[in-house]
Write a protein that binds this ligand. Structure first.
Ligand code: RIB
Length: 310
């Protein structure tokens, strides 16, 4: 299949304001740690993926909800400034926008608490109003910070129109809707894969031996990202491994979001799954080498430069 010029991606997902706090180490339960810095930056897994895909050169339509607070104005302006189509984002009255407290320690490891706010109110109405965009675009990309039934509903609409659906199952659900994983591709990280499978996924060997089980839960294809160990993919026929790119981790907060966006963009451009995973891995590595969520999302040029150097 020949490659297309410009990917068209729909993202259904969360839009948060991130309160990012950096400290030497993450607090243990019951512990108090004095932090170094605090900044407010736009985040949310959905919005992060939308911004990342736009920086990779895609036309991006975002579907979601913000509240009617001052964060909502900032979040919408930021998405517009990144070139994302925000016409299908609803401002919910008397509602707070989603907020995340993102704690990052020196090693780059993080812990995140999310108050969903307006993200929890994304409804079938938002999806119905954006039906044309979902059906006209190449790929529907989703995560799990909006209600599961909405993910299932949007999946059905896209699938009926022959549009591929990628689900980044983050955060990992404690329980999930029977149809949640009936998508074309899922891309959990190792802890999300372990949660879905009910088994530990600690090494590349674990991921290689368990990845086909993930597709038995519904998706046609699967990728497990293993952080600094690399990634494992199953395209429905063969299992392959991709080594991680060597980088200095500064903040891994939105690395998975950059990865998911990279996959969506390259698959929409008709790249093979293995090519898409290589591109996505470079995007995820670059995101982890910068601070913040959307602030760390790489451009297409940065990703291609990193890949050329390998
Ligand atoms: O994936 C990172 C994101 O998770 C953060 O931006 C935060 O908002 C949470 O949604």
């Amino acid at each position: 299949m020949t490659e297309k010029q410009r990917a068209k991606i729909t993202v259904v997902g969360s839009i948060n304001m991130d309160l990012m706090i950096r400290a030497s180490n993450l607090p243990l339960p019951g512990e108090t740690v004095i932090a170094d810095t605090k900044v407010e930056n736009p985040g949310g897994k959905g919005a992060n993926q939308a911004v990342a895909a736009a920086r990779m050169g895609a036309d991006v339509t975002m579907i979601g909800c913000v509240g009617d607070d001052s964060f909502a104005t900032q979040l919408l302006q930021n998405l517009k400034g990144e070139g994302v189509d925000t016409s299908h984002i609803t401002r919910r009255e008397n509602t707070a926008s989603g907020v995340a407290v993102v704690m990052v320690e020196e090693s780059g490891e993080n812990a995140i608490l999310v108050v969903p706010g307006a993200n929890g109110l994304v409804s079938q109405q938002e999806i119905d109003r954006a039906r044309q965009a979902i059906c006209d675009n190449d790929i529907l990309l989703m995560q799990l910070e909006v209600p599961q039934e909405i993910v299932v509903y949007a999946t059905q609409i896209a699938s009926e129109a022959g549009v591929s659906v990628i689900l980044d199952p983050a955060p990992a659900p404690l329980e999930y809707h029977a149809d949640l994983l009936n998508v074309d591709l899922i891309c959990p990280n190792q802890s999300e894969a372990a949660a879905l499978l009910g088994k530990p996924v600690e090494s590349m060997d674990d991921a290689v031996s368990l990845i086909k089980e993930l597709t038995q839960l519904g998706p046609k294809q699967a990728i497990i990202t293993m952080g600094e160990q690399g990634a494992v993919l199953f395209d429905g026929e063969t299992v392959q491994t991709i080594p991680a790119l060597p980088i200095q981790v500064v903040d891994s907060t939105a690395s998975g979001d950059a990865f998911a966006a990279g996959l969506a963009v390259r698959l929409a451009e008709n790249a093979s799954l293995i090519e898409a995973v290589k591109f996505a891995s470079a995007a995820g590595a670059l995101a982890a080498s910068g601070a913040g969520a959307q602030t760390a999302m790489p451009t297409r040029e940065e990703i291609e430069t990193l890949l050329e150097r390998q």
